[in-house]
Ligand binder design. Sequence first.
Ligand SMILES: C[S@@+](CC[C@H](N)C(=O)[O-])C[C@H]1O[C@@H](n2cnc3c(N)ncnc32)[C@H](O)[C@@H]1O
Length: 395
Amino acid sequence: MPIEDITQKVSARYANAASTGEQMCCPTSYDMGYLKTFIPEEVLKISYGCGTPAGLKTVRAGETVLDIGSGGGIDCFEASRLVGPTGRVIGIDMTDTMLEIARKNAVVVATNLGYPSSNVEFRKGLADAMPVDDGTIDLIISNCVINLAPDKRKVFREMYRVAKPGGRFTISDIVADQTVPQYLVHDTQKWGDCLSGALTLTDYMNGMTAAGFFGIHLAKFSPWRVIDGIHFFSVTLTGYKVPPATTASSVRYATLRGPFSRLVDERGMTYYRGIPQSITPDESRLLSLPSFSEHFLLTTEPIPLDNHDPRWRAVLPADAPCTWQGHYALLAGPFVEATDDDHHVYRRGEPLEVCSKTVAVLGTDGYQPHFVLLNRAGEGAGGEAVTCSPDGGCC
Ligand SMILES: C[S@@+](CC[C@H](N)C(=O)[O-])C[C@H]1O[C@@H](n2cnc3c(N)ncnc32)[C@H](O)[C@@H]1O
């Protein structure tokens, strides 16, 4: 399908949905009861998101927030409440019917929030050519939109352009556990359903990294649908536009604490648990981001750790048989590669089959936030328990 056709058909689909109030899409978990207290029903009933990017404590008072594909405006209005009267929100959408509903309700929401005037502005535009000035946005949000854009990499570059240095994104979208085949890509109905245009988690995260973002990691995961064995799921991802370090840092060494025994970050640096590594000021900035910091000791002098040190972290698999139940683990950042204590090497976004013992390990605190776990056993798995080799070879 040519790019113009995709854009035009997606827009027509959402224009129709907005004018009929059709129920569409996807797993979200906003507290609609609360949102109803200040957002009109007309907006809530055309909420077509797949996450809560304006929730999850992402929005801060006084910030400038951009919502890509704002639709009827649900996330813009929640962000409007959270930034407060001194903050600003810009919603971008390509569909006139959506923009009309959103603009009409901006005034009502401002009154309900007790603001002297609305702090939300809705602009017509495309996600891959946004009518927004360079370096002006603190936080970019988006809810189930980028999968609908024909050229995602262009959207990611636009996001990087408009973000302030030090700015960040929190984006909910549908991704797939494998490349969506051509017979689904060319199915117009499934484009509009947020399925055909879904990237793999690997391509999504790599696209963000290629655009310049760092520290990209999972904030939330919800299963969505399985079509012809392809798992579609919603992720909410956060990442940062990290400015270059301009001053010397007192931090000169990083020591990996675990529970991973080895990590590779988005700058290509490899760390081994317990071994201090000399780092640059830029690397120090990266490892200071919230998504990395709990895993590292950042110090002025090299500090080795061993397994007697309380700062050393490890989660060993149980010494027991395991069963293969159809589970696959997908590393969801902020690292591009990671190794555990059972010799598994996880690569960002790539499904790796794991047995019941590893599922238990990945469910523990140090690992759990970094993984999406899927079960691909369609009929249920009845595998016999197997015993691993002493070095953990089987699972
Ligand atoms: C699934 S709806 C989500 C709307 C809103 N974010 C929400 O959570 O209710 C997708 C919205 O994105 C808009 N959209 C889709 N592709 C777009 C693009 N390439 N550029 C700008 N807007 C787009 C559609 O017009 C529609 O309003």
